[in-house]
Design a protein around this ligand. Structure first.
Ligand code: AMP
Length: 348
């Protein structure tokens, strides 16, 4: 392998970085060339690999070069992200054996939220419990923040997993997911915010821990409410055909997003821009409209035509004083950019 990391000077050039984005049931990947940060024309030798890890706990506050100790620590955090961290470790191990000697950087979804003040990252529980709010989707928020240059920014990452982030001058100051990715918005199959008393009630009614885990992760949210699907595209079709439960599930989703946007307007002391991203945020004009029609008093007003236009590029869709953007997320490129920067720092 030809190592193109320069020992000194302006930084590495002509470097190909493979970005790996493992989810609970899929592995997205893309190969980029740096310093340009463009997709590689052909798949040939790679000089570094960046891997997304969902939970970095309090230990990983920024991307880190992977060694045996880091692998062990990521695995130790599996109690916080049982669906995701073990998969990331498996992918790291496979990558190490497939590309021996190639530097690997772990990039954490929690890191972007390390800038949250204690008032946003704390639960009102005794400190010795060692539970706090971490936040997720940080790689996506980092990408979006690099695309929209504004001061008081509310970013809505609305996919199967969904969250909202209050971003002040490019830094997270609050977000709707917390200790785990279960807090906050209504999601495809997760309930989001729930009175903890409900869990105690269900335990007393005889549900086991495994049953509760399955219920809360896989059978709540849009799926639980509609009784048919956790997928917004399908629910929109059913609602258009007169399915009242599908219609209610979509409204409940929109209501919760709008409520968080209102809360984050308070957190930010006002709002200059709202951005929609991820599957629902990028592709559902109807959901954007359901959300924004509750926000007129804040100065959020959609341009109906721009909102409905079937485009896939970055675009502004508002006509009110608050900018509303649709920005396609690009987690793979952001993983690669973070990896490039980390290895650059490593060398300097
Ligand atoms: P993600 O997890 O980012 O892939 O987003 C998945 C969600 O996006 C699912 O609820 C999909 O139904 C939704 N989605 C994707 N494309 C569309 C579309 N064209 N219209 C409405 N929802 C969509």
């Amino acid at each position: 392998m030809t190592c193109r990391w320069r020992a000194t000077g302006a930084g590495p050039s002509d470097v190909r970085i493979l970005a790996l984005n493992p989810g609970s049931s899929s592995l997205k990947q893309a190969l980029y060339e740096f310093p340009e940060g463009v997709l590689a024309a052909e798949s040939n030798a790679i000089e570094a690999v960046g891997i997304r890890v969902v939970h970095g706990g309090s230990r990983f506050v920024k991307p880190v070069r992977v060694d045996d100790a880091v692998v062990e620590e990521i695995l130790n955090l599996r109690e916080l992200a049982p669906l995701h961290n073990p998969i990331a470790v498996r992918v790291i191990k496979e990558t190490r054996s497939k590309h021996p000697g190639v530097p690997i950087v772990a990039v954490f979804d929690t890191s972007f939220h390390q800038t949250m003040p204690a008032i946003a990252s704390s639960y009102a529980v005794p400190q010795d419990l060692e539970v706090r709010r971490y936040g997720f989707h940080g790689i996506s928020y980092s990408w979006i923040s690099s695309r929209v240059d504004t001061r008081r920014h509310i970013v809505c990452h609305l996919g199967n997993g969904a969250s909202v982030c209050a971003v002040l001058d490019g830094r997270s100051i609050d977000t709707s997911m917390g200790f785990t990715p279960m807090e906050g918005l209504v999601m495809g199959t997760r309930a989001g915010d729930l009175d903890p008393g409900v869990i105690l009630y269900l335990l007393r009614k005889g549900k086991s821990e495994a049953e509760l885990d399955d219920l809360l992760n896989h059978n709540c949210g849009l799926l639980g409410v509609s009784g048919t699907s956790g997928d917004v595209r399908e629910l929109e079709k059913s609602a258009a055909g007169g399915d009242k439960r599908a219609e209610f599930a979509l409204e409940l989703f929109a209501y919760r997003v709008a409520k968080y946007i209102g809360a984050y307007a308070v957190v930010l002391g006002g709002v200059d821009a709202v951005t929609f991203t991820a599957g629902i945020g990028e592709h559902s004009p109807s959901m954007r409209s359901r959300i924004c029609r509750r926000l007129g008093f804040l100065g959020v007003e959609l341009d109906g035509e721009l909102n409905r236009a079937s485009r896939t590029d970055e675009r502004r869709i508002s006509r009110g004083p608050v900018d509303v953007w649709v920005i396609p997320t690009n987690e793979e490129l952001e993983i690669a950019r973070m990896t490039y920067r980390e290895l650059q720092l490593d060398r300097s």
